[in-house]
Write a protein that binds this ligand. Sequence first.
Ligand SMILES: *[C@@H]1O[C@H](CO)[C@@H](O)[C@H](O)[C@H]1NC(C)=O
Ligand SMILES: *[C@@H]1O[C@H](CO)[C@@H](O)[C@H](O)[C@H]1NC(C)=O
Ligand SMILES: *[C@@H]1O[C@H](CO)[C@@H](O)[C@H](O)[C@H]1NC(C)=O
Length: 175
Amino acid sequence: MATAFRSSSSSTILPILLVAAVSLTAAGATVTHLHFFWHDLVTAPNPTAVTVTQPVDPSSGFGATVVIDDAMTEGPEPSSTPVGRAQGFYVVVSRNASDSSLLMAMNLALTSPEYNGSTISIMGRNPVLNHEREIPVVGGTGHFRQGRGYALLKTYSFNATTGNAVVEYDVYVTH
Ligand SMILES: *[C@@H]1O[C@H](CO)[C@@H](O)[C@H](O)[C@H]1NC(C)=O
Ligand SMILES: *[C@@H]1O[C@H](CO)[C@@H](O)[C@H](O)[C@H]1NC(C)=O
Ligand SMILES: *[C@@H]1O[C@H](CO)[C@@H](O)[C@H](O)[C@H]1NC(C)=O
């Protein structure tokens, strides 16, 4: 049986827990639910998100390309237990700053004991100003071979001064 990494919610006093969150579909495939926080750190001296092409339109950011090797952790604090790295890139693909959206393409390279070495590939549209976004899971390797599914994203915190963001992910993979 697989397990998913989860954290306590702010409404409880439970410590961070590893909770099984696996169910079987009618066809006998497994659905695994992973819950973690994604840290997009753009500030020096050790950014994990680096802008490699500057925007053609600074007001919207249109055209900016950011390469990432972002930490994934069980809880929202940077010091929380790491569960993997989100490696890939995102591009600002909206001209309209009021409807800002990214194309995201990344591999979740998992390092938690139960999934160490497995990956989940995610690609899709991320309208970052929306409360909740959905991005397709387009594949996986190892434990998640032939995986399909979706990721639900909610911004946990965004520092407008630094540009650093923490995003809560709920990823559901059928495999
Ligand atoms: C920009 O997006 C906002 C929010 O979706 C919308 O109200 C506005 O009409 C858009 N502007 C243009 C020029 O498309
Ligand atoms: C994950 O795998 C790597 C490479 O095989 C190994 O060095 C590392 O100790 C493993 N980590 C865990 C938490 O099992
Ligand atoms: C944003 O980051 C700056 C610089 O590190 C820090 O001084 C400030 O307190 C942060 N703002 C929030 C709301 O965390």
